[in-house]
Write a protein that binds this ligand. Structure first.
Ligand SMILES: Cc1cc2nc3c(=O)[nH]c(=O)nc-3n(C[C@H](O)[C@H](O)[C@H](O)COP(=O)(O)O)c2cc1C
Length: 199
């Protein structure tokens, strides 16, 4: 059966570096027969988490619903039905973008965290979901995991989505021109990662 892959784009613009890299990954996955869908966070109605912690109070594997009535629930249902996720965000002010962070904070229901318990515990959910993490920056790519919190935030997002990272791309020096063209090497790597997600 063909694999279902959902991408979350946390960039503020379409056809920017993140969008292009995510699309190259998905194109690789489609070559292997996967069905793909890209969710642009800029187009979603997602409220801020209000720390009411309704979603974290009950133990067990089940994520409890958030009292907000916005686009998060259908997004989560789609991810829960998917075999893999691609999570992409530019480095903004040393971390993921504000819209990506807002999405991440709304994943709190993946954790059991009743009032009085000092730290959240990830709910135990059997999952074979895979993830590829994509970040882009003005600084050179190897500096992203060393000097920013971006990869940590993308990894935490994958964890909350019960997805195991199987690859990542750190695309640096991407703000030299309005639309940074991905090199042939990067495009080939993106394609390989997509194929890995579809395997
Ligand atoms: C508000 C803002 C903050 C940024 N902060 C950083 C930063 O801290 N470090 C960095 O290397 N690049 C930073 N950048 C550059 C972006 O990470 C870079 O242009 C990115 O590749 C944009 O992705 P996009 O093409 O998908 O929009 C920032 C850009 C903006 C607009």
């Amino acid at each position: 059966m063909s694999k279902k892959i959902v991408a979350i784009v946390g960039s503020y613009r379409k056809e920017g570096t993140i969008d292009a890299a995510v699309e190259a990954i998905l194109a690789g996955a489609r070559e292997r027969g996967a069905a793909t869908h890209t969710i642009y966070l800029t187009e979603q109605h997602i409220e801020f988490c209000r720390n009411c912690r309704t979603c974290t109070q009950e133990p067990g594997a089940k994520r409890h619903k958030c009292p907000h009535h916005d686009d998060m629930e259908p997004i989560l249902e789609e991810i829960e039905a998917a075999d893999a996720v691609v999570l992409g965000s530019p480095v903004n002010c040393g971390n993921v973008t504000a819209i990506f962070r807002r999405f991440l904070e709304r994943l709190l229901g993946s954790f059991y965290w009743p009032w009085g318990q000092p730290a959240p515990k990830l709910r135990k959910v059997p999952s074979k979901r895979k993830a590829v993490l994509v970040a882009s920056s003005a600084m050179p790519g190897p500096m992203i995991p060393l000097f920013t919190g971006t990869m940590g935030a993308l990894r935490l997002t994958a964890k909350a989505l019960h997805a195991k990272p199987v690859g990542r791309m750190c695309i640096g020096l991407s703000s030299g021109e309005v639309h940074h063209a991905l090199s042939a090497r990067r495009l080939a790597r993106a394609r390989r990662l997509g194929m890995r997600l579809a395997a």
